[in-house]
Design a protein. Sequence first.
Length: 277
Amino acid sequence: MGKIVTFITLCSSLLSASTALSQSTPTVALARGANYVALGSSFAAGPGIPAQLGVCGRSDHNYSNLIATALDLNIIDVSCNGATTDNILDTPQNGAAPQIDAISHDTALVTVTIGGNSINYTASTFACAGAAPGERCTANLDQALISSAVDQLPAKLGATLDAIKAKAPQAIIVLVTYPRVFHEDAVNCSELELSSEDTRYLATLGQQLEDIFVSTASNHQILIADAYVRAAGHGPCAAAERWVNGATAADTGIRFHPTAEGHIEMARLVLTALGNN
């Protein structure tokens, strides 16, 4: 009964979400039943959040499905755990075609959360979680390879956005950033189960990912829903309601990923970017 009440409350909250937009953000009208394609990695898919659909860790309560419900859109959600920009553009994953194949000329809305796996952000986090006290896990990572991947990501993310535009020139595209997981000041947070050095390294990597998203969205004139900024004060170490799990998953989601509440907030951000009240 509690889950039903929670679901009703969350949907009601989304439908009534009203946030002031900047003057440069247009109000976008999407017809009911318009086609919506959701692309991305696990931060879009919603692993660990019920109900799970298929083998990709995809939830029917991830941010994209909440948006589709709120706006009465016809959704094709192809987000998948472990996806990279290559899996969107040209590389099959888990027996499925590249994600971009879901987009057609009549796609009206596309959301994208991708890039973390392209720079080994998530893999590095999992590799370091639970390291022995005093152990600096990140010292064992191939930091040169990660740095090179970070340097390449702006071009890869830009190419992804350009390919989406080419397939659906009329579509509205919203780049949804990764919620902030690590804060450089959270070096003594037991919820992370990381050394202070590892926490700082992963915080820097997360900030680099955010900076790339913001600059790429601006350069390609794409709407952005900035979950990184919005999650401030609601990370794994926060005293307030957590929107992102730490080393141990709470009631929903998996470790170091958004909770159900986190996906609600991400959906709100997209609705704000679209100008829907």
